[in-house]
Design a protein around this ligand. Structure first.
Ligand code: HMG
Ligand code: MG
Length: 295
């Protein structure tokens, strides 16, 4: 049976977009439950400016409480040298740099042009690799941008190739505002795969228009075997108006099991984690599966 890796991004992508600040203890209990459900990659925080994203201000506390030497990877977002310094001090063993295929989004999200961001990432990735860390790369706006509309697949390929050349082992392609459909996803992946092989790519789909599961099916057909997802469908992006949550991890896990892929996930434990964070936030999970299976 072919294995598909799910990268759980709820504690970062999910919680960064919640109005309320979730205490570190709740984040840690969520992460514990996610790991217990079988997830082996859990994005645990972001070493970004607390003025820009206050929800991630306690990432050092969260990372420091996790065991980075075990079987679960806990990557954290890092935008610059200062973020890397903080990530290393907190004991991170894996980081992710995050760029975009849209100039306007890049400036709004990290206050840098695409070219300047890649220059910035060069020193971050080099120092991280020298310190023995694994480095993942993100390309936001892989389908469209909230400010510029459709993004040319060739531009996505260009930024993905640049991140791969810097030394990122995996490039996650983000449909940041969830407008993609299987046809646009196929066109984007066709272009990107001319520059970066499918084995090095991950799909990161937001579910704003309810297309994320169909888009994952299309990406599986294109050869991708890594998908980012967020428990209970939490998520969004504070610098992308209208971006709703990531596709829910439990819905993705259900799809993959049904299609005959192995994920190592215990669905009932995962659904338990979804209800745990939904209760902590005081709102129902956004996934279908959490409601279908109940508590
Ligand atoms: P800036 O204002 O240009 O930074 O922000 P600066 O270098 O001019 O510094 C300004 C202040 O920020 C200084 O503090 C720095 O020390 C501080 P002050 O002197 O004013 O007190 N600072 C920092 N503090 C903590 N950690 C740092 C850091 N760097 C500077 N690392 C910066 C540039 C990149 C920092 C800012 O724009 C930022 O933090 N952006 C992050 C935005 C973000 O987290 N967005 C969400 C994640 S991306 C996403 O969700 C998309 C994704 O899911 C994929 C998809 O869906 O498409 C990944
Ligand atoms: Mg995202």
């Amino acid at each position: 049976m072919t294995h598909v890796k799910i990268v759980e991004v709820g504690p970062r992508d999910g919680l960064q977009n919640e109005k309320q600040i979730v205490p570190a203890a709740v984040k840690l209990e969520l992460i514990r439950r996610l790991a217990d459900s079988g997830l082996r990659a859990i994005e645990a925080g972001a070493f970004v400016s607390p003025k820009w994203v206050p929800q991630m201000a306690d990432s050092a506390e969260v990372l420091a409480a996790l065991d980075p030497s075990g079987s679960v990877a806990y990557p954290a977002l890092v935008p610059n040298d200062k973020g890397l310094e903080a990530a290393l001090a907190a004991g991170a063993r894996e980081i992710a740099v995050f760029g975009a295929a849209s100039e306007s989004f890049s400036r709004k999200n990290i206050n840098a042009s695409i070219a300047d961001s890649l220059k910035r990432f060069e020193s971050v990735v080099r120092a991280a690799l020298d310190a023995g860390l694994k480095v993942r790369g993100y390309v936001s706006c892989a389908i469209a941008c909230p400010y510029e509309g459709r993004i040319a697949p060739g531009k996505v390929a260009e930024v993905a190739a640049a991140l791969s050349d810097l030394g990122c082992y995996e490039i996650s392609l983000g449909d940041t505002i969830g407008v993609g459909t299987p046809a646009s996803v196929r066109a984007m992946l066709d272009a990107v795969q001319k520059a970066v092989p499918a084995e090095q790519l991950a799909g990161h789909f937001h579910d704003t228009y309810g297309m994320a599961i169909a888009n994952i099916r299309a990406a599986l057909d294109a050869g991708l075997r890594v998908f980012d997802a967020s428990v209970a469908g939490l998520g969004g992006c504070p610098y992308a108006r209208g971006a709703s949550g990531n596709v829910a991890t439990e819905d993705v896990a259900y799809l993959l099991a049904g299609e005959g892929y192995r994920t190592g996930i215990d669905l009932s434990k995962l659904v338990g984690a979804a209800w745990y964070i939904a209760d902590a936030l005081g709102k129902p999970p956004a996934s279908r599966l959490a409601h279908a299976l109940g508590r």
